[in-house]
Design a binder for this molecule. Structure first.
Ligand SMILES: [Ca+2]
Ligand SMILES: [Ca+2]
Length: 700
């Protein structure tokens, strides 16, 4: 009897399990990624390295001048340092400019003399791609190659043989790709920039060459060759035939909040499609977000003070792979041949902040239930989204396109980040979703968004709740969610930014909106007992503002932010300029600027009416912070009481402004005057441009 019972139970159990086994996994919907695209997407974060003759000629696009090769001579090149910085920054690979538009090659290619073979570095016996490949392998990073299709040095670029074939593509470009893909081991990605054709050296012809973007490179056959040599590679191409990955339409470091990993295989891709993908596109072409840690892609000493700050880098982080993209962050290699220490520090700060923010997944292994589970099978249950396994997922029955998943935290938990992932191997499905928190027995909506894709991260003000409800409100097909995570990221306590508008009104802002701000106006050290900042402060006179950001939860405060302002610009006027935009010079915003009209010549002057006579003892000048142009080096500063009779108060130069284009302060013997005139006599580029972000005075 016992035996029979045992077998009956066993049979029963087998029936149940076979019943479960019969619940079929969801089928794919729409285009799906290749294995290569999935492997690439899971890398999430990797580096761009820009290094070439440009580094030594201080250019972004080298002309391809033959002699520039002789300038390429890093004093202390260290590919190990590049890889170490990238590894410590949490990156998974490095894409290097093996050849940029100038045509200069960082490896000893057989295809041209314009390479490190003919540079003084290591007497022409070096191989940077080889060195980097070794360093990458040492640090467990993947190697990627950038080869510019455009070559401003090569004599055959843009020319066609009588049979219509392109000798440059056949004998140079394709051979260069072949060399890079065969000599240095596995290459995870190859990058073909979209800048193509135009002026160049072209073997000394110094002319302009145009190409037909659709046919010149014969991409179909070029791709075939690439995939044959490196079957696991992904191809980035913003130019010709659709490849594996897409540009997101900006180099500023973000992709659209709605971001489909789909495009159509044929046809133009306008900006909107680059930014958002195409909901019903017929091909899987996910977005890669590329941006530089500095304004430029190549190293320029004058950008040493313009490296992205932690809040700026975090913004890129959340706006790239927080929005179903990958993040490709560029390091310009400096003239010594290394990643500059300021850039290294910034990247490590980002890595530290990210590590802290995502240290504890509050949802992991918590109890969860869903409004619908596919075939009521455990295999597709809600807990499969909280198990930390990327290959398991919560799925609903085929006909169910809206569904909720509730996470029960047990005791109420504080959190401010939500992360969700679709199992993209079955296509990108979710069209919209909401998240809500159960606070004191009531559901409060935290956010309402559109697509998810590989990974979506949402930030919101910290909330304390016992449950979180994630509702898919619309989907192309039954949703398939591989992961849901919840975090409580600490505040970023950076020194607050202090600005003053033309009206004199002072605004203080913290990088984390949840921080409280405390400030002083008398130069004393601010503490949490100082004045609390709630709204802009009205101050007409000279004032010194000091402020801290304070985190109520941890009791920690930021370093002190500090600004000294002279008299308010409330009654100031630009004299004798029709262009309204000239007011940007006195609006208190360092990011707004004005340039003298295109046809004007140096010396160029700008006159400001201060509204009433002031006791002047100096002036300040800030060049444009976004354009490396019109930076005044030599000046004359005059004052007047009637805008007729002028007296020179000071003249001279802003000595290091080229490399450090920040505020320049000049003092002079006190004088009373109502009008000031700044005359630009020379600029850093020895041309006729003169630009200004701000002009200010120093009063007595
Ligand atoms: Ca899972
Ligand atoms: Ca301004």
């Amino acid at each position: 009897m016992i035996k029979a019972n045992f077998y009956t139970t066993l049979l029963y159990l087998c029936m149940i399990s076979s019943c479960f086994a019969q619940v079929k996994a969801p089928g794919p919907v729409g285009p799906t990624p290749t294995e290569n695209q999935v492997r690439w997407q899971e890398m999430e974060y990797y580096a761009f390295i820009h290094f070439s003759t440009n580094t030594f000629t201080d250019q972004e696009w080298g002309y391809g001048e033959a002699d520039d090769a002789k300038l390429f001579n890093p004093t202390n090149l260290d590919c190990d340092q590049w890889a170490r910085v990238c590894k410590n920054s949490g990156m998974k690979g490095i894409i290097v400019t093996a050849k940029h538009h100038s045509g200069f090659c960082l490896w000893p290619t057989e295809t041209t003399e314009y390479s490190i073979k003919n540079s003084p570095w290591k007497d022409g016996k070096g191989d940077i791609i080889g060195d980097l490949a070794k360093a990458c392998s040492k640090y467990g990073l993947k190697l990627g190659i950038y080869i510019s299709p455009w070559d401003r040095n090569n004599p055959s670029y843009g020319l066609l043989d009588s049979d219509g074939s392109a000798p440059y593509v056949k004998n140079v470009f394709r051979k260069q790709i072949e060399e890079c893909l065969t000599k240095y081991g596995d290459v995870f990605e190859i990058w073909f920039d979209g800048a193509n054709g135009g002026d160049g050296y072209y073997g000394g012809a110094r002319t302009s060459r145009k190409i037909d973007r659709t046919s010149y490179y014969d991409w179909a056959n070029t791709y075939k060759m690439i995939r044959k040599i490196q079957p696991k590679i992904v191809i980035w191409n913003d130019n010709g035939d659709r490849a594996d990955l897409r540009w997101v339409g900006t180099e500023s470091g973000y992709v659209g909040e709605t971001n489909w990993s789909l495009l159509n295989a044929k046809g133009d891709v306008p900006h909107d499609m680059l930014a958002h993908g195409v909901e019903n596109g017929d091909s899987w072409v996910p977005g890669e977000v590329n941006t530089s840690i500095r304004p430029g892609w190549f190293y320029h000493e004058y950008e040493d003070s313009r490296v992205k700050t932690l809040p700026e880098l975090l913004k890129v982080y959340y706006s790239s792979f927080g929005r179903n993209g990958t993040m490709l962050l560029n390091f310009p290699i400096d003239k010594t041949g290394q990643i500059h220490r300021t850039d290294e520090k910034a990247a490590l700060e980002l890595a530290g902040a990210v590590k802290e923010a995502f240290a504890v997944d509050l949802a992991k292994k918590m109890k969860a239930n869903a409004s619908n589970v596919r075939g009521e099978s455990k295999e597709f249950g809600a807990d499969r989204a909280l198990d930390g396994d990327k290959n398991t997922y919560w799925a609903t029955d085929d006909e169910v396109k809206t569904a909720s998943l509730i996470i029960h935290f047990g005791a109420p938990k504080a959190f401010n980040r939500f992360l969700a992932q679709e199992y993209i191997q079955l296509g990108q499905r979710v069209k919209s979703f909401t998240i809500e928190a159960l606070v004191n027995g009531k559901w409060e909506q935290l956010d309402k968004q559109t697509t998810i894709g590989y990974k979506r991260i949402l930030s919101f003000p910290t909330v304390t709740a016992s449950q979180l409800r994630f509702t898919i409100t619309d989907s192309k097909a039954s949703p398939v969610i591989s992961n849901v995570s919840v975090y409580n990221a600490p505040q970023i306590l950076e020194a607050p930014q202090i600005t003053r508008a033309k009206t004199g009104e002072i605004t203080i802002s913290a990088s984390d909106k949840e921080s409280q701000i405390f400030y002083t106006l008398d130069g004393s050290q601010p503490t949490k007992k100082s004045m609390r900042y709630n709204q802009p402060i009205e101050v007409e006179n000279k004032v010194s503002v000091r402020a801290i950001a304070y985190d109520l939860v941890s009791g920690k405060s930021s370093p002190v932010g500090e600004e000294q302002f002279d008299i308010s610009h409330k009654n100031w006027k630009i004299v004798g300029v029709e262009d309204e935009k000239a007011n940007n010079i006195i609006d208190g915003n360092k990011n707004s600027y004005w340039f003298q009209p295109k046809n004007s010549k140096l010396p160029a002057d700008i006159v400001i009416d201060l509204g009433e006579a002031q006791n002047l003892a100096g002036f300040r000048y800030l060049p444009s912070q976004s354009r490396n142009a019109g930076i005044i080096t030599n000046y004359q500063f005059s004052v007047s009481s009637d805008n007729k009779q002028w007296r020179v108060a000071d003249e001279g130069e802003f000595s290091n402004i080229k490399n450090n284009p920040l505020w320049q302060v000049k003092k002079f013997a006190p004088v009373k005057a109502r009008y000031i005139k700044l005359v630009a006599t020379r600029n850093t580029q020895e041309n006729d441009e003169a630009g200004y972000a701000e002009i200010d005075v120093v009063t007595n």
